[in-house]
Design a protein around this ligand. Structure first.
Ligand code: GLY
Length: 432
């Protein structure tokens, strides 16, 4: 098979790394890829916004299957376009991608189908929303409706802060039309986990649990990032919580979408808040998580392409995914200054040393390869630069392995959190 993967982050490197182990796959292309992906796939420079050109490429190269990493092409309707042109692609159609593209759609959907989520009100009128804020307790949550590159959710601690946020979204239009509608929702406190599933439109199989670390500093302090690390499995999401998430959230979501006439075929990511042993949906995404994928796929024993083909061919009711029992952790190495401004072009040292380690993998995010005569090396080319991933017998072993490997990598201004997975230790009985 010839596979095309869309995207350029650690998630896509992990996808391509996993796909490259399949005997069924002869060649992988990546659009636009990154420095590390280029070692496993042929990278092609087409803009991910140019869906027509991507479809032309898939046709010309006789690609057997296209797999989409990020949400933007799905939300723009790449699956609809490929279907119209008779090209095979894995992901939800534009209407179904609204579960991520419109938080208002997602909240109304959850209300209609009784899926647990924080209580909320929706506003299209700035003055009415402002009046409502005056009647509420703080903190509360304000969300812009549309895609905002992960920056559209706010948790103001006071009325003054909430009014400023509302003004920025609805009047100043900092997210343009993504802020035409806002959700004002009750703040719920708990622990966040990601439960991601593969769906064929009727049936779904959850992948193993994982937990992202969204904030830049240790102990979940500082501004949000794309994700500074992850681990799997997550003790708090195992057992009852996993079962409840499957039965009360994932299954009703797939059934509800089918009932609305927009069956969801693809990856359904439920961002869950566990509150007093009950799961609540914080958000849905319609694609794999980053950096969650980097800790899920190394644990997958099954051939990923077989899982995806079973979903495409609506065979998930008769399918089982096998997993390795090891724990997995990913530590993200970032450019100093991220998620604010940072410099690129810093030479990265030590990647080769990690290649010699057992059970440690490097997934590139923002890197590019430089060739100077005989000398070939990678430079940092983004905010999140590398993911150092380790498998271990228990989470502590995985953590030790990952951080030992982190110690081998150097680039100017390199920054990382050193508490990835520590929340797992708090849970009694964790396999440490
Ligand atoms: N890790 C968060 C996300 O992928 O949206």
């Amino acid at each position: 098979m010839k596979i095309l993967v869309l995207g350029s982050g650690g998630r896509e490197h992990a996808l391509i790394w996993k796909l490259s182990t399949s005997k069924k796959i002869d060649k992988i292309f990546a659009i636009p890829g990154n420095g590390g992906i280029a070692e496993l796939a042929e990278v092609v420079q087409i803009s991910l916004q140019n869906l027509g050109e991507i479809a032309d490429f898939a046709k010309e190269e006789e690609i057997d299957l296209t797999i989409v990493g990020p949400e933007a092409p799905l939300v723009e309707g790449i699956v609809d376009l490929f279907n119209e042109r008779g090209l095979k692609i894995f992901g939800p159609m534009k209407e179904a991608a609204k579960l991520e593209a419109s938080k208002v759609f997602a909240k109304r959907f959850m209300k209609k189908f009784g899926i647990p989520t924080a209580s909320f009100e929706i506003f299209d009128d700035y003055q009415k929303a402002r009046e409502y804020l005056k009647t509420q307790n703080y903190p509360l949550v304000i969300k812009a409706d549309g895609l905002c590159a992960g920056k559209g959710v706010f948790v103001p601690d006071s009325l003054a802060e909430a009014e400023e946020t509302l003004f920025n979204i609805m009047e100043k239009k900092v997210f343009s039309s993504s802020g035409d509608l806002v959700i004002i929702e009750k703040f719920i406190k708990g622990e966040e986990v990601s439960i991601i599933a593969i769906s064929d439109g009727k049936n779904l199989i959850p992948l193993v649990s994982s937990q992202d670390h969204k904030q830049i500093y240790n102990n979940d302090k500082g501004p949000n990032t794309g994700g500074m690390g992850a681990y799997s499995p997550v003790p708090i999401a195992e057992g009852e919580i996993f079962k409840k998430t499957y039965q009360e959230i994932l299954i009703p979501t797939i059934n509800g979408m089918a009932e609305l006439g927009i069956p969801f075929k693809g990856v359904l990511y439920a961002g869950i808040m566990v509150v007093n042993n009950e799961p609540f949906v914080l958000e849905f995404n319609v694609r794999l998580g980053d950096p969650e994928t980097q800790v899920i796929l190394p644990r997958m024993k099954s051939d990923l392409i077989e899982v995806i083909m079973a979903a495409l061919e609506s065979r998930l009711d008769n399918f089982e995914i096998e997993w390795h029992k090891e724990n997995c952790i990913a530590v993200v190495l970032a450019s100093g200054g991220y998620p604010g401004s940072y410099q690129t072009g810093k030479r990265i040292y030590g990647i080769d040393k990690i290649k010699e380690l057992k059970n440690v993998i490097v997934f590139h995010a923002g890197t590019s390869k430089v060739t100077e005569g005989q000398d070939e090396y990678y430079v940092a080319a983004g905010g999140r630069v590398l993911n150092i991933v380790a498998l271990g017998e228990g989470i502590k072993d995985a953590k030790n392995k990952a951080y030992q490997a982190v110690g081998l990598i150097k680039f100017d201004d390199m920054y990382y959190r050193n508490d990835i997975s520590d929340k797992a230790f708090k849970k009694e009985g964790v396999n440490g």
